[in-house]
Design a protein around this ligand. Sequence first.
Ligand code: PLP
Length: 389
Amino acid sequence: MRVIDNFQHIGEENAFAVLARAAELEAQGKSVINLGIGQPDFPTPPHIAEAAIKAIRDGQHGYTPALGIAPLREAVADHLNQRYRAGVKADNIIVVPGGKVTMFAAIMMFGQPGKNILYPDPGFPIYRSMIEFTGATPVPIPIRESNGFAFSAEETLPLINADTSLVILNSPANPCGGVTPKADVDALVRGLEAHPQVAIMSDEIYDHMVYDGEEHVSLLNYPEIRDRLILLNGWSKTYAMTGWRLGYSLWPDAIFENVRKLAVNAWSCVNAPAQFAALEALTGPQDAVTDMVNQFDARRLKVLDALNELPGVSCIRPKGAFYAFPNVKDTGWKAKELANALLEDAGVAVIGGPDFGITGEGYIRVSYANSIDNIMEAMNRIDTFLKKS
Ligand code: PLP
């Protein structure tokens, strides 16, 4: 039996392996503080969970349309139009089982041998994994500490050539917490006008988590690229719904049929009660979102101060999402070895920067989606570990 060669190139997310190892250590009676996983530690707000329970009681247990229930697609379009005055139509929206599904669909649609796809490095590991799976050439866009972990239009545009089929952008960003300023997004969009064959996938799954009074700059704000923009978003991070597997995306008219057919072939529709929860999330009270974002912000400032006090560690101020990406070069450790030793010997789970791409060497990702008490205890453990190592 021999599966096709593409499977030799598929990667994965090390965060799940770290989560599994942390659970193993805990099962052996060891205490582990998990700053490794990228998910809110809050429960899904009760009114959202109740909407799903009600949907089950109301008998919403059958298939829904492949694109999602009509009121939910309308609610997504309304939400985007209120937030960005974007002129989005529900006809261009599909509800999908998780944010990841949009990147899977987009990369499948634009990746094949002979094509280049640009993606952020460090970046969400599935971008590169899926690009390699399709046989396209992955072209990393370096995301640098010296640029505040934002995209640099100047560094990105020269990487585009006639074979480039897709550019993937992500702001606010995983794993560095960077937020790309408007001036850079403007310059990038201006530069993309010279490459009309290139599609753009903007992963804006952390769009509500922007701090220090900055505004999220959505690629939806640029009508000049709307006919080739795929917008990825979803409920996982904003509404603390990672396990519900709910996402949505906006697709241009010209390729919408492709994603509809992919849905029919692969997942038929998203779990029906979950779609009713998603509808309540968008149309119900938003206080829980504000509260969660405020708590992430408070933790961000605490973790930033604590990281900068660790020996050999320095960390620039993360502007968005719920990650810090400290520089650990002066500890004398290689990043992945340090992450491993912290898990095994200090009881703190973090992720080595190289798990997000080669530019991540010398850094670790610290998720502050955990309580302040746990974060401070983790910082104490790391401090003790580094002082004796
Ligand atoms: N995009 C980014 C940048 C992410 O960090 C994640 C999850 O960590 C996703 C997409 C996927 O989200 P989901 O869990 O909804 O598939």
